[in-house]
Write a protein that binds this ligand. Structure first.
Ligand code: SAM
Length: 278
């Protein structure tokens, strides 16, 4: 018997008594979903895979079938030990890092474009976007990411200007990535079943039009613009970049935006145009 004879149920059974809600431990049971995630990752033609939060290893098992080097990063002691003991002896090129995805030292292959690194994860929901932003800030040459979020957060990444869920995550996420909806995942696909539906998204890096310095300014601008969501852009931006309301009214009008414009109606390209006026 090899590890590939095991099912997600077999893997999860080993950790059933050690589940930690505080670490968002809802383990996948549905092989259709783990296979789909692995296939979407494979379509990006990666070489070295990083999986965050392997848990009991259901998704890890599907990723191992791609026959590529895999590194997993897990915070929980029991899960890290279980994955080390179960996968490492059987899978060549398999490494386990025991640490927190928010601050652990990340492996060197992520910085190597020749490693064609990819990030794949059924993310712990309480820190999901923080982990996404850690990878954006580190500016790794990833070929992409396939990530599972709770559906409400995924909707924000996908929302277009004017839509209900349109927010800072939408503008900034869509600047860095083309973001595709892969599938929704119902609570019954997990053990224990979470209270919410989940969504898998695929992130493909976009060609970026701003320098690193400009990107930092762009993000500050977007945060300022959305800080007072109900207000007009002129009001929200008043004081930003040392400009008062009158100055902002002029700047916005110089690029064809009237004084009633609100942040929620603008796409990331509009924010780049606004940035260019200062
Ligand atoms: N990949 C497994 C699956 O799909 O069945 C488990 C996914 S579960 C939603 C999230 C996993 O992330 C858990 O194994 C949890 O212990 C781990 N985790 C939680 N917070 C973490 C963090 N800050 N850094 C690394 N792993 C974390």
């Amino acid at each position: 018997m090899t590890i590939f004879d095991l099912t997600p149920q077999d893997l999860v059974e080993n950790l059933r008594r050690r589940l930690k809600k505080s670490l968002g431990q809802n383990f996948l049971l549905d092989e259709n979903i783990t296979r789909l995630i692995a296939r979407e990752a494979d379509n990006l033609n990666p070489h070295h895979i990083l999986e965050i939060g392997p848990g009991a290893g259901a998704l890890t098992l599907a990723l191992c079938k791609l026959n590529r080097p895999i590194t997993v990063l897990e915070k929980d002691d029991h899960c890290a030990r279980f994955i080390q003991n179960t996968f490492a002896p059987e899978i060549p090129d398999f490494d386990v890092i025991h640490g927190d995805a928010l601050d652990a030292e990340l492996p060197a292959f992520l910085s190597d474009p020749l490693a064609r690194p990819i990030l794949v994860s059924n993310l712990p929901y309480n820190v999901a976007s923080q982990i996404y932003f850690r990878f954006i800030d580190a500016d790794y040459p990833l070929v992409g990411m396939v990530l599972m979020f709770q559906r409400e957060v995924a909707q924000r990444y996908l929302a277009r200007p004017g839509a209900k869920h349109y927010s800072i995550l939408s503008v900034v996420g869509q600047y860095y990535h083309d973001i595709e909806h892969v599938t929704d995942v119902s609570p019954e696909c997990f053990r224990p079943a979470p209270k919410v539906t989940s969504t898998v998204l695929k992130f493909v890096p976009r060609k970026r039009e701003l320098s690193h310095e400009e990107e930092l300014q762009f993000r500050k601008l977007v945060h300022a613009a959305f800080a007072l969501r109900r207000k007009t852009l002129v009001n929200s931006l008043s004081g930003f970049a040392g400009l008062d309301k009158t100055a902002w009214t002029q700047k916005l009008s110089s690029i064809g935006l009237d004084e009633n414009t609100r942040a929620e109606s603008l796409g990331f390209k509009d924010f780049i145009r606004i940035l260019r006026t200062i």
